[in-house]
Structures are given as C-alpha cells and as structure tokens.
Design a protein around this ligand. Structure first.
Ligand SMILES: [Zn+2]
Length: 88
C-alpha cells in the first residue's frame, strides 16, 4: 500500500524500484568520509601568522568545526605552542 503523500506534503513524483538501499548509501558515504577524514586528519597550515611569534599557524583538526556562532576552528602554532581559535 502506498503512503498517503498528502500527509507528508510531497509535491514531486515519488519513484519506486531500482533505487539504491539506505544501507548501500550509508556504507558508501561512510567509507568515502572515512577516507576524507584520514587524508585531512593531520594539522594543515592555514596561511595565518601566529600572534605570538609570527610563524604560520595550523588548523589543529582540519575536519572539525566548532558549532559556535560564528563557527570556529581550533588553531595552534607548532613553533611556540600558541593555542586558539579562528572564525571558520
Ligand atoms: Zn607561535
């Protein structure tokens, strides 16, 4: 039995059959994101000068963003040990 689309508010044609399963989608996206995370996991230079020693700062966790307002990223200086945040 088809769901009652008027309840859901769908306005577009609903397709059935020959679609990927949710499990297949999540497995594929999960492995793609894991690879992306692994590639970017190490600190990345960000072109910003350290306020303490003027060496180039790095994004400490390139894949992480703090959900503050505005969003921020953790930064650090490998030369002097400065720790802070930058607006994302
Ligand atoms: Zn520094």
């Amino acid at each position: 039995m088809l769901p009652d689309m008027s309840v859901c508010g769908f306005q577009w044609p609903v397709r059935f059959g020959r679609l990927k399963t949710l499990e297949d989608h999540n497995r594929y996206r999960g492995s793609a994101l894991e690879k992306l995370d692994a590639d970017r996991a190490s600190p990345q230079p960000n072109g910003i000068a350290c306020p303490e020693c003027e060496a180039e700062l790095v994004d400490t966790d390139p894949t992480g963003v703090l959900l503050s307002n505005p969003p921020k990223k953790r930064i650090s200086c490998l030369a002097c040990g400065y720790l802070g945040y930058r607006i994302y």
